[in-house]
Design a protein around this ligand. Structure first.
Ligand SMILES: O=P(O)(O)OC[C@H]1O[C@H](O)[C@H](O)[C@@H](O)[C@@H]1O
Length: 290
């Protein structure tokens, strides 16, 4: 399915492409990615639901990224619907077979919107439709793979002084230093209760990605670096240099929904020239801008 500069797969409800006005791809997708079951697509924006990571009884990152979604032909109204935007609505509901692994009935509606300025917005609405009166609990992430020129030239701003759980150290809790984050080794951190705006500055490309999020308190930052890259069959040995995952998420405090309740989580991405943060990469200006 094509929407201007935007490609969405029914497999996984997965956005695999987002381009700017010059036709440049802004999301990373591995040259070794497979676009069919049983593995999730390596790159783009996998949806992690109802479990982020391996903490829990389900497969890593849950099953939503490995299911075929459907087009939602009659989505309930969105309060923010505006006519000059291109969007597509997808829906995921469990089959009887699915309910053997996760015994809950739900409706997961995903709206993918391309704004007039080229911004990419993803809104998830998850409703508990259990008829047995039971609540369910989940964690969630938009596992976005940003395309970057060279990881060693990239910095992330907005997570300074924030607490994180280090996935490389059994989710032990630490506090990030006061400086912007740079990369020189494997990183796999869950920043908790972060600001709603995070900037990813690609110095070489003179491009800044701005991620805004709502309903998603946490942010995961991941780069596998060289050793883990080699161990991943669907990822090129050197591809870690050209990607960075910054993932709007709910991990530390899972969401619980009673029957009839709905949760909403939204992520908005924009890509702007780095001159936008004039005064050269001044974090205050990036984070306060617009
Ligand atoms: O290989 P996957 O199942 O797609 O997971 C890829 C990565 O996703 C997240 O960023 C996790 O924090 C990492 O621990 C994991 O390695």
């Amino acid at each position: 399915m094509l929407h201007a500069a935007n490609v969405v797969y029914l497999y996984g409800g997965h956005v695999t492409s987002w381009k700017n006005d010059h036709g440049e791809e802004l999301l990373f997708v591995s040259s070794k990615a497979m676009f069919k079951p049983p593995k999730a697509i390596r790159g783009g924006i996998p949806i992690c639901f109802p479990q982020f990571g391996s903490h829990g009884s389900l497969e890593q990152h849950g099953f939503a990224r490995n299911k075929f979604w459907s087009i939602d032909t009659d989505p309930p109204p969105f309060p923010t619907t505006s006519s000059n935007k291109a969007f597509v609505d997808l829906i995921l509901k469990p089959t009887e077979e699915d309910m053997k692994t996760w015994p809950h009935s739900y409706e997961f509606r995903l709206r993918v919107t391309l704004g007039p300025g080229g911004d990419l917005m993803l809104t998830s609405r998850i409703r508990n439709t259990n008829t047995d009166g039971k609540p369910f609990t989940f964690t969630f992430a938009y596992h976005t793979y940003f395309s970057v020129s060279d990881i060693s030239e990239v910095r992330v701003e907005g997570l300074e002084t924030i607490d994180y759980l280090d996935n490389l150290q059994n989710r032990e809790r630490f506090t990030e230093q006061g400086d912007a984050i740079t990369f020189e080794a494997e990183v796999d951190k869950i920043y908790v209760s972060t600001p709603t705006k995070i900037a990813i500055l690609d110095h070489e490309k003179k491009r800044t990605f701005v991620l805004r999020k709502d309903g998603l308190p946490d942010a995961v930052v991941w780069n596998p670096w060289d050793k883990k890259a080699k161990a991943m069959p669907d990822f090129g040995d050197d591809e870690y240099k050209h990607m960075l995952c910054v993932e709007a998420a709910v991990v530390e405090k899972p969401i619980t929904l009673k029957p009839g309740e709905e949760w909403r989580g939204r992520q908005e991405l924009s890509a702007v020239p780095s001159s936008y943060c004039s005064g050269q990469l001044d974090p205050q200006r990036v984070l306060q801008g617009s």
